[in-house]
Write a protein that binds this ligand. Structure first.
Ligand code: SAM
Length: 185
């Protein structure tokens, strides 16, 4: 399934298989689930990170999943569509500002991203990161993963502080980036 979607659209899918559970653990590690009122996930794919989020999240915390791929969207709908606190949107993360307005969400604590910034068209990455940095509240965090650090500069254009750690038990090994504070915001 994943590999078929990759073959159809390699730049957007960006990986031939879903992320592993060790990477998923590290992606959600920084989230303060007691305080979070709204968590957004960009590019959930088949839901590896979503599963972790939903196993830890409080019942009244909103979880917004934004997936551009129709097949993955249908899988997510089937898996999580029945949950009251989960909103699943079939659209591009580029439209995050509009999506939040449409769903009457004013405050976002965390945005977790599975987006393949290494292969996404530059303009799309820029639009998403620019909006993301503006949307997350002061104490919040943008969490993403990358297979290399060669796009670090891209994230530094939008965030004041970036910490990263490596998860070698993923295939391929991946860096988890935690980005905070809108640059020049
Ligand atoms: C590398 S896969 C990661 C999937 C999942 N998070 C994981 O780690 O297994 C990238 C995902 O981002 C989605 N995607 C790519 N561009 C997107 C965009 N502009 N908006 C929302 N989702 C997007 C793809 O369809 C795919 O599901």
């Amino acid at each position: 399934m994943f590999i078929i979607e990759y073959i159809k659209n390699p730049r957007l899918v960006g990986a031939i298989a879903p992320s592993g559970r060790y990477l998923a653990d590290k992606m959600v590690n920084e989230i303060n689930f007691n305080k979070a009122k709204c968590i957004v996930e960009f590019g959930p794919g088949t839901g590896v990170f979503t599963e972790k989020i939903l196993s830890k999240v409080k019942e009244d915390t909103k979880v917004l999943l934004i997936e551009v791929n129709n097949e993955f969207y249908n899988i997510l709908k089937e898996k999580y569509g029945y949950k009251n606190n989960v909103i699943i949107i079939n659209d591009s993360a580029e439209n995050i500002d509009i999506i939040l307005k449409q769903n009457n969400i004013k405050n976002v604590d965390y945005i977790l991203s599975g987006l393949p910034f290494a292969s996404l068209p530059k303009e799309i990455s820029r639009t998403i990161l620019n909006k993301t940095a503006k949307i997350i509240n002061e104490k919040g965090c943008f969490i993403t993963f990358q297979y290399s650090l060669f796009k670090l500069k891209l994230f530094e254009n939008y965030f004041c502080s970036i910490n990263y750690k490596k998860e070698i038990r993923n295939l391929p090994p991946a860096y988890i980036l935690q980005c905070r504070g809108e640059k020049n915001g």
